[in-house]
Design a protein around this ligand. Structure first.
Ligand code: SF4
Ligand SMILES: [Zn+2]
Length: 369
């Protein structure tokens, strides 16, 4: 069984679970209750994790919201008008981890990019407070899920309870944790020694939970959450060349990606290729006619070829790449009149910034070696 099938199998096991009698009764009572949203057939079952199986960012929350995920059946979805899902998905979108800023229902077109959302407990609990035995009962699902997400490079823990659940997971997987345990503090990024499941232990980044108690009172602001996911992105990309790529159509970004050769162990996982694939999924066709692809550095021969094959209308790039660039430096693949599609090329956009970014990355890497 491949990892995606195994995740699917895990989802089915989660959805069928009835281990906690109190929560089984509660999730159904909410669906029938006076506050239930009219016109909705509530999901009223456990909620599996959701996102990109190749994610480098894992977000761990507490539990589904009674009228959010317990209604819609997708993690962090539909907690309206101003619940945790609204804040979280908006922040993920701003940080480039989601293709849209809203999370309304299971068919709303939301794709997480490089991110996966899960929770310590899969059933909505009364007063948002699961009992100790309910955490214990649900914990094996988190462990199975973590084992099936081999690319995770950083974990964001939403709130104190999620943070302690992640530490419990690490302890269970044999990570030697310091004693006393480092305290939960908003903004703290904890790195741990050793390895877990054959990889370095993903650091844990703590944030206040984006629940109404925190967002309505100003304890957690959008800016604070943006900083968290900006740092998560840096931690996830640690060791990757900072090449970023977006594809836009009719003024709207439809795909984003960055270079993931190291993380995926895949020589073809250049930012442009990943972004083209994502855009084609979005459009529902391999033809990206009318699309603009923008990338920090001049594409290589493989990517320039893919840009032509995908019928991209326009290519915008930052710094030239004298040793491997195949758009102007070594070849002119995108404008070759012998090919049956030509791409409009706009070179040198923000070239200095792009070059500086790359230089800083290679300097850092040299220092670390
Ligand atoms: S909380 Fe977890 S263990 Fe308990 S019933 Fe729901 S899915 Fe099963
Ligand atoms: Zn390339």
């Amino acid at each position: 069984m491949g990892p995606v099938d195994a995740l699917e199998r895990l989802s089915q096991d989660i959805v069928a679970c009835r281990k906690c009698p109190r929560l089984v009764a509660y999730r159904k009572a909410v669906a029938r209750g006076a506050r239930a949203r009219p016109g909705w057939t509530y999901w009223a079952k456990p909620v599996p994790g959701f996102g990109d199986p190749q994610a480098r960012l894992l977000v761990v929350g507490l539990a589904p919201a009674a009228h959010g995920a317990n209604r819609t059946g997708r993690m962090f979805t539909g907690d309206l008008p101003n619940g945790a899902s609204v804040w979280l998905v908006r922040a993920l979108y701003r940080a480039g981890f989601a293709n849209q800023p809203t999370s309304l229902h299971r068919e709303d077109g939301l794709h997480l990019l490089d991110a996966y959302l899960t929770a310590a407990v899969r059933c909505a609990p009364p007063q948002n407070r699961p009992l100790g035995e309910e955490f214990d009962a649900c914990f094996p699902f988190l462990e199975r899920e973590f084992r099936l997400l081999p690319r995770v490079r950083v974990v964001v823990a939403l709130g104190q309870v999620a943070y302690h659940t992640v530490l419990r997971l690490y302890a269970r997987l044999g990570v030697p944790l310091p004693r006393p345990r480092p305290p939960f503090t908003h903004g703290a990024l904890y790195r741990f020694e050793g390895h877990v499941l054959g990889r370095s232990v993903p650091p844990v980044l703590c944030t206040f939970h984006p629940s109404r108690q925190n967002t309505n009172t100003g304890r957690l602001t959008e800016r604070m959450l943006d900083r968290i996911f900006g740092r998560a992105r840096q931690a996830a990309a640690y060791g990757e060349v900072p090449v970023g790529c977006v594809v836009a159509r009719e003024g709207r970004i439809i795909a984003r990606a960055h270079d993931r050769r190291e993380g995926l162990g895949d020589p073809t996982a250049h930012a442009e290729i990943l972004a083209i694939r994502e855009a084609a999924r979005f459009v529902g066709s391999w033809r990206l006619e009318g699309c603009t692809l923008a990338v920090t550095i001049e594409p290589c021969a493989m990517c320039a070829g893919a840009i032509v094959l995908a019928r991209v209308a326009r290519l915008v790039y930052g710094a030239p790449s004298p040793k491997s660039g195949a758009v102007r430096s070594l070849f002119r693949i995108c404008e070759d009149p012998r090919l049956n599609h030509r791409v409009e090329v706009v070179p040198g956009v923000l070239a200095e910034e792009a070059a500086r970014l790359l230089q800083a990355f290679f300097d850092d890497l040299r220092r670390l070696r």
